[in-house]
Design a protein around this ligand. Structure first.
Ligand SMILES: [Mn+2]
Length: 206
């Protein structure tokens, strides 16, 4: 039984999802230490997800096997879908969390802002633009796809705003690190909230 002031004893979710395009095994712990074991077959995406894991302090084990012989679209989008589903599941009824989170993260000349409301209302506002079509082997248009898939499936409102930046690697990494810090704040226990669901409606459902 939970006490009035406690979060669930563990906030862990484990999801396996297989389609004709991808096969994904994912486990997260919202109350982790930012440890991860991440292998998507896409080097740059692994680099971004490692940054997300490290800076959110959410432990993430992600193994994705996708149809990379076609392109990286299905794998990138489906990892976003499953990670979003896992965050939603791990949060449960969202009792005791801060709900809102924000961060402004510099990465050399790039500056990215992320703002989150774990609202149950999926929405992505995205204003990052990339000076190159690819970073590493990855199409830069896929970053928006990842963020949209994540926001829609986690059931949260997410604004990602590029304030500055000219280097595609820095812009992308700033987006993932800003998401990480905003997400860390939003899912954190609020010690003053007394375990309440942070809504005047009493529920936060999608
Ligand atoms: Mn980097």
């Amino acid at each position: 039984m939970q006490t009035a002031t406690s979060l669930p004893a563990s906030r862990i979710a484990k999801i396996s999802r297989a389609t004709s395009e991808t096969d994904i095994q994912l486990r997260i712990d919202l109350d982790g230490q930012g440890k991860g074991d991440i292998a998507t077959g896409i080097g740059f995406l692994d680099h971004m997800l490692t940054a997300l894991c490290r800076h959110s302090l959410i432990d993430m084990d992600i193994v994705a096997k996708g149809d990379l012989h076609i392109d990286f679209h299905h794998t990138t989008e489906d990892v976003g879908i499953v990670l979003g589903q896992a965050v939603k599941r791990a949060l449960g009824d969202k009792r005791g969390i801060r709900r809102y989170g924000h961060a402004v993260v510099p990465m050399d000349e790039a500056l990215i802002e992320a703002a989150i409301d774990i609202s149950g209302r999926p929405f992505l506002a995205w204003s990052a633009s990339f000076p190159r079509d690819k970073v590493g082997e990855m199409d830069t248009e896929l970053f928006e796809e990842f963020f949209r898939a994540f926001a829609m499936n986690a059931g949260l409102t997410l604004h990602v705003t590029q304030k500055a930046g000219t280097n595609a690697h820095h812009i992308a990494e700033g987006c993932f690190k800003a998401l990480a810090r905003a997400l860390r704040m939003a899912v954190e226990p609020d010690p003053r909230a007394g375990g309440a669901i942070p809504s005047t409606k009493g529920v936060l459902e999608g």
